[in-house]
Design a protein around this ligand. Structure first.
Ligand code: SF4
Length: 508
């Protein structure tokens, strides 16, 4: 026999005698309380300075900051959704004291008032963590990068290479037209100085086409095709060149950018659902962590990590007026420029180079450049057969960041009839080896350091310190694409995410 069914009291009108206190509805230790507590401690003067004064009253910057930080902490990124949360969610209502900014206000605050100043707020929170002894800014940091897609249209690309090719085409076609005109209207063009088309600009092209057109005007033998070409050139070339010039100014050192977010560069992302290696407009996010807390973040337009370490660490120093004692990073950062910069700053580099892991498993590859003994005093290399490879010269190479590398060349005196020539090298002449001595020395030091007790400890810690932060941001927070356009606004989003990440972790 079943027992009597008992229901809890239920009022269909949902009437309560007194309204609930929001304070009672927010549990102690809830993340929203941490957001309130921490944001109440930060100095918001940097944001205040962005208000012009006059006009209607504004929501307090601290209130708006709380709204955005808690929004990013609870995976709510859209300004319309944040507006909705402020009206309906008791945690937001408690945090904002029942104030209800609309989505335009939220967006304006995020895009304009936080741009350029949020990093200062972020650093204040990291300094609080440092004060509490949760992190130590002087100790080692773990640095890594990931690419996050921009909100730009995926097919709005401008390629640097296409611009170059199109300019070359215009140059050669203009040259052809000029030669043609010289052939049949030499008399009309007699007084004209010989033209070179190495450097062309819209004005020069316009004038040259006009002169060719005038010279060929009354020549009956000029074909219809040439006339059409001249008309096309008159109409399009100066305009196209002007556009290429503007595009090159935006590109600077990059190979590509997006028309709908010119700050974004096309990069290969890990998230490649179509498995076709499609390049997408994105930013390269660099972070330095300690105990999975983010101590520094920076956004870059270059897709290669090694180019980002110098500006990233400069920002760290500028924020905290101190340096970490060591930087631990993967092989993507192992360049002579980075090793040198860290040495100059007296920061220990626990950074692998590209062949480190392979070397550890299989040893240094026989016959490779690195396997050849170098005699510093005599400045020569010793080849696998014991021959002295003499120094035949140096040349310099400039990296994309402007760093100058010195490359020394050495040549074996005689490789004819060498029994191991087939495995040693494939060149017809005697073997020539190019060595970057700075990098070679830095690699030796890095190898030694990475195999110390401390090095092994850092190598084990790196994948569990910095990499889970990216996984957390992308998988748990679902933040895989920026919402705002432009690097400054995208940086605000990363700043809010980093603050939210640190506060959530602090609470946990
Ligand atoms: S091929 Fe030339 S460089 Fe190589 S081991 Fe023989 S002598 Fe030396």
């Amino acid at each position: 026999m079943s027992g009597k069914v008992v229901f809890k009291p239920y009022d269909p009108d949902q009437a309560t005698f007194l309204p609930y206190s929001l304070e009672e509805l927010v549990p102690l230790g809830h993340p929203v309380r941490i957001v309130k507590q921490v944001v109440d401690q930060v100095d918001v003067k940097p944001i205040n300075r962005k208000y012009k004064g006059g006009g209607a009253s504004s929501f307090h910057p601290r209130l708006m900051l709380k709204l955005l930080v808690y929004g990013y902490l609870s995976n709510t990124y859209s300004s319309r959704k944040l507006e909705e949360q402020a009206q309906q969610n008791i945690h937001f209502m408690w945090l904002l004291g029942m104030k209800k900014p609309d989505h335009n206000t939220i967006n304006r605050f995020r895009s304009h008032k936080l741009s350029g100043v949020l990093k200062e707020i972020f650093s204040q929170i990291v300094l609080l963590l440092n004060q509490e002894g949760i992190v130590c800014l002087k100790e080692a940091v773990f640095t890594d990068g990931t690419k996050i897609e921009s909100t730009a249209n995926r097919y709005s690309f401008v390629w640097g290479k296409s611009i170059k090719t199109n300019k070359e085409k215009i140059k050669s076609q203009l040259d052809e037209l000029w030669q043609y005109a010289q052939g049949i209207a030499a008399e009309e063009l007699k007084d004209t100085a010989p033209l070179t088309f190495e450097q062309i600009n819209p004005e020069k092209v316009k004038q040259t086409v006009a002169r060719i057109d005038a010279a060929l005007d009354d020549k009956p033998q000029v074909s219809k095709k040439v006339k059409q070409k001249l008309n096309y050139a008159k109409k399009n070339w100066p305009e196209n060149l002007e556009r290429y010039q503007q595009q090159e100014e935006i590109l600077e050192e990059r190979n590509s950018y997006s028309k709908t977010d010119p700050d974004a560069t096309f990069m290969r992302l890990k998230e490649d659902h179509m498995l076709n290696g499609q390049l997408k407009p994105a930013y390269n996010l660099q972070i330095s962590t300690q105990e999975q807390f983010i101590l520094n973040y920076s956004l870059h337009q270059s897709s290669t990590d090694y180019q980002t370490l110098v500006p990233h660490l400069d920002q760290y120093e500028a924020l905290y007026a101190q340096k970490p004692e060591a930087v631990v990073a993967d092989a993507g950062y192992g360049s002579d420029e980075n090793y040198e910069m860290l040495k100059e700053k007296c920061i220990e580099a626990y950074i692998k180079y590209n062949t480190f892991d392979k070397e550890q498993k299989e040893g240094i590859k026989a016959f490779s450049n690195d396997s050849l003994h170098y005699n510093e005093q005599g400045n020569f290399l010793v080849c696998p057969m014991g021959q002295r490879m003499t120094h035949i010269g140096d040349h310099q190479r400039k990296t994309k960041t402007g760093y100058i590398q010195t490359i020394s060349s050495y040549q074996a005196p005689n490789c004819q009839n060498c029994p191991i020539r087939g495995v040693c090298h494939k060149a017809k002449d005697n073997r020539i080896v190019e060595v970057n001595h700075k990098l070679r020395r830095a690699k030796e030091q890095a190898r030694e350091r990475l195999n110390t007790q401390q090095g092994l400890k850092y190598r084990k810690q790196r994948p569990v310190d910095v990499e889970p932060v990216f996984a957390h941001i992308k998988a748990n927070r679902g933040f895989k694409r920026f919402l705002l356009r432009g690097i400054n606004k995208a940086e605000v989003e990363i700043g809010l995410l980093s603050i939210a990440h640190n506060l959530k972790k602090w609470k946990a």
